[in-house]
Design a protein around this ligand. Structure first.
Ligand SMILES: [Fe+2]
Ligand SMILES: [Fe+2]
Length: 297
């Protein structure tokens, strides 16, 4: 693995929503929430992600040209959580997953879209190479929380807040209480507490205006999550789900939240690059330039 130079550079992207292949869906899968999701896509949503592959290729070039040490993706690789979409997404982002210890991810609600016996397994199956946990003793179900120690100064704690929603008009999420309790312990661990900590999950605990997201779209236990994050000595919350690149500081809790937005959604393309040195974060937003088909600061 390449040595980490200082400052450590982190690329945080999200919500790429690739590979909608409605015509290839098995007929049985249409009798579910996917049918309504698919109709929405046919009615227009899919066109916003038409150029996802080209934009991911540009993002890979950006990573190669900008000395990135660590890549973070905060979920929503797909639109309907189909195995074919997950496979395509993994194939497209695989150049970012080298070495696997320097790529950290969580699923989004679209990646485990409907209740099926294998919906969680399907995500893990595709992304197992990058789900290595450096402190597995804190794992409280599935792979989560997943902790990655990066060099001597940075740690990433990944919590899973995505779950299938039975009703198509609901896309909210929740971090299970066992993961929040584990987070409290992890932040006190001597191997973690003096590092700069990124706590990442799919759902945004606050919107750009500082308010919580709606009950139908947001993180149900956002306030409990923020309360646990107060124990971070130096760190930030990273999220996606909201397709807008933004940063807010929750002043009353002294917590920074960075939402990556969507790296591929037409008209909204963006992501973050963070530089970390001596427990200080310098964040730079990166945006898509249509005329030159590339991302730049
Ligand atoms: Fe999304
Ligand atoms: Fe989402």
């Amino acid at each position: 693995m390449s040595e980490i130079k200082k400052p450590l550079r982190v690329l945080h992207f999200s919500d790429i929503h690739v590979g909608v292949q409605i015509r290839h869906m098995a007929w049985k899968k249409w009798f579910s929430k996917r049918a309504i999701g698919a109709i929405n896509l046919l009615r227009g949503r899919a066109k916003y992600f038409d150029e996802a592959e080209e934009k991911i290729a540009a993002l890979i070039r950006f990573k190669e040209e900008n000395n990135i040490d660590l890549v973070i993706h905060t979920g929503d690789y797909t639109a309907l959580g189909l195995e074919s979409e997950l496979k395509l997404a993994k194939q497209l982002v695989s150049p970012l997953m080298t070495p696997p210890q320097r790529y950290v991810t969580v699923p989004g609600n679209h990646d485990i879209y409907v209740h099926e016996a294998n919906s969680h397994y399907r995500f893990s199956e595709q992304f197992c190479a990058v789900l290595q946990n450096d402190l597995p003793e804190y794992c409280r179900g599935g792979h989560w929380p997943l902790i990655r120690l990066v060099g001597d100064d940075v740690a990433v704690i990944a919590l899973n807040s995505a779950r299938p929603n039975p009703w198509p008009w609901r896309s909210n999420g929740m971090i299970p209480q066992v993961q929040l309790d584990a987070l409290e312990e992890i932040l006190q661990d001597t191997r973690i507490k003096d590092r700069y900590v990124f706590v990442m999950t799919h759902y945004a605990p606050r919107l750009e205006d500082g308010k919580p997201d709606s009950k139908l779209h947001g993180l149900i236990n956002a306030e409990d999550f923020l309360e646990k994050c107060k124990a971070m000595k130096a760190g930030a919350i990273l999220c996606g789900h909201v397709h807008k690149t933004y940063h807010i500081k929750v002043e009353e809790l002294n917590i920074d939240i960075y939402c990556a937005g969507s790296a591929t959604m037409e008209g909204h393309e963006g992501f973050w690059v963070y530089e970390v040195e001596k427990n200080i974060l310098n964040a730079k937003p990166v945006f898509w330039h249509k005329e030159t088909s590339c991302y730049s600061y």
